[in-house]
Design a protein around this ligand. Structure first.
Ligand SMILES: [Zn+2]
Length: 45
């Protein structure tokens, strides 16, 4: 299961509740991101 997080209200939304619409069911924001798959690359030069 893919879990998204709303960028606006910060709630977690699973992919089943989203279905076709990529939209936060709580606040209606369309800006979602995946907190688990975030790629933070820290390069120590
Ligand atoms: Zn939201």
């Amino acid at each position: 299961m893919v879990v998204y997080r709303c960028f606006n209200c910060g709630r977690e939304i699973d992919s089943e509740s989203l279905r076709k619409r990529v939209r936060c069911p709580y606040c209606g924001s369309k800006i979602l991101y995946k907190p688990r798959t975030r790629t933070i690359k820290v390069k120590a030069r």
